[in-house]
Design a protein around this ligand. Structure first.
Ligand SMILES: Cc1cc2nc3c(=O)[nH]c(=O)nc-3n(C[C@H](O)[C@H](O)[C@H](O)COP(=O)(O)OP(=O)(O)OC[C@H]3O[C@@H](n4cnc5c(N)ncnc54)[C@H](O)[C@@H]3O)c2cc1C
Length: 400
């Protein structure tokens, strides 16, 4: 995959999911593609994704499952290169996969298989992949000129695919946002998404001692609701339900969490009082909740309602209904998030106003494309972000 040339049809900055896919697509069309990355390996985030098994797409992809200032922007790309298209590629490479839950497709084996597949496709498409290249400047005269610590390269087309700001330890930078800004494109407000939430001392009095406990909940913020697992941590809350709702949460806002989905908690508690009048309140709660959570709740948030050592018989129906309210609408206000260090994605990015939704090319700057997480399009947890990377990369690769 090496060519001595410094002149190409297209230079793609960032050999992550979107950059690789764009490079493959353009290369297959006979374009001379240079794919540059400052890291020493391509697709590093793919390798660590999905707990090492890469949740590479989702069978339920639909534009409503992506956040963006322009809710319709992702539609065209997602329809032009679909989850089924990517699954067909995975099958062509004989990579075994399975649906884990909620349409999420994972490798049976390892994420390495997805990276190997992409590298094999890139090699077949004669993509010139160059790692360990630090980009020092980008300019445009007749063509785009990319200066690096290992020489300068030119091409009539430039693709910004360096992703978002999440996990700086892995080499995430705001390079695409900076270059976009230099070419006059707007960048919407960026913030961590799919990220654990942190809490102040009052809430941590419950959460910290039961760190490690998880249960299925419905996490809600206004009209959004996610029914998945929630995990108590040292610093607050995590788990898929919390990561999902975190993308819709803004500082200062409360979240409402249903700790007993599907259960009419009031009716259930009153029935249990009749059936087991001598049982301790926390013992009964422990029938539906993890025992440590039941004890923790009784000692903290439910303490004003449940005297120490209270048994069911001693509780009025009114008090049981109040307990039920707390369980069904457990309301907490996060103090913040764990930030980019722990966020799976970056919300916001290059403003879609500036881009063609069909090609990802900027409307005002010919030959300049932006794809993947660098764009103001962010998917739900569950393979949606990789699908956006494949779809947007494919569209740009077709148009170059
Ligand atoms: C822990 C974790 C697990 C995840 N799991 C999943 C999952 O299972 N399913 C899913 O759909 N999504 C998952 N995601 C999200 C997904 O990884 C990203 O949305 C996706 O990788 C974005 O693709 P991208 O190509 O736009 O950016 P990236 O894949 O981040 O690639 C950007 C590339 O640009 C390079 N780069 C950055 N700055 C520079 C620079 N200044 N100069 C040169 N190169 C640069 C980087 O080295 C990198 O190779 C996960 C994210 C994390 C952090």
């Amino acid at each position: 995959m090496h060519s001595p040339s410094h002149s190409f049809d297209v230079i793609i900055l960032g050999a992550g999911a979107a950059g690789l896919f764009c490079a493959i697509t353009a290369g297959q069309r006979g374009k001379r593609v240079l794919l540059l990355d400052h890291a020493d390996q391509a697709g590093a985030k793919i390798l660590i994704s999905g707990g090492g098994r890469c949740n590479f797409t989702n069978t339920g992809v639909q534009p409503e499952r992506f956040l963006s200032q322009n809710r319709n922007f992702a539609r065209s790309a997602l329809v032009r290169y679909t989850a089924k298209d990517f699954v067909a590629l995975v099958e062509k490479h004989r990579i075994a996969y399975h649906e884990k839950t909620l349409g999420q497709l994972f490798c049976d084996g390892s994420s390495r298989q997805i990276v190997a597949m992409l590298l094999a496709e890139a090699e077949a498409a004669q993509v010139d992949l160059r790692l360990n290249h630090r980009v020092t400047d980008v300019s445009r005269n007749d063509a785009y000129v990319v200066e690096t610590d290992k020489g300068s390269f030119t091409a009539p087309a430039l693709v910004l695919a360096t992703g978002g700001l999440s996990i700086p330890k892995m080499g995430a930078t705001g390079l695409s946002h900076q270059i976009a800004g230099r070419f006059g494109l707007a960048v919407t407000e960026t913030r961590p998404g799919l990220v654990p939430l942190t809490f102040g001392a009052d809430d941590l009095a419950l959460m910290q001692p039961i760190s490690g406990v998880s249960l299925e909940v419905v996490a809600k913020r206004e009209k959004r609701a996610f029914r998945e697992a929630m995990l108590f941590t040292h610093r607050g809350l995590s788990g898929p339900a919390i990561l999902q709702i975190s993308s819709y949460w803004r500082p200062g806002e409360p979240l409402s969490i249903d700790l007993m989905p599907d259960e009419d908690a009031g009716a259930w508690l009153i029935a249990r009082k009749r059936e087991r009048p001598k049982a301790a309140v926390h013992t009964i709660l422990g029938e539906r909740l993890p025992q440590r959570l039941a004890v923790g709740l009784v000692e903290t948030m439910l303490a004003p309602l449940v005297p120490p050592g209270a048994i069911m018989h001693g509780m009025s129906d009114k008090a049981l209904n109040k307990i039920a309210m707390v369980l069904k609408q457990f309301t907490v206000t996060p103090s913040g998030t764990e930030g980019y260090a722990k966020a799976e994605v970056t919300l916001g990015g290059v403003d879609t106003e500036a881009l063609s939704s069909r090609t990802m090319e900027t409307k005002e700057v010919p030959g300049l494309f932006v794809i993947g997480e660098a764009v103001d399009v962010t998917g739900w947890l569950g393979g949606y972000n990789f699908q956006w990377a494949w779809s947007s990369g494919w569209c740009a690769g077709q148009a170059i």
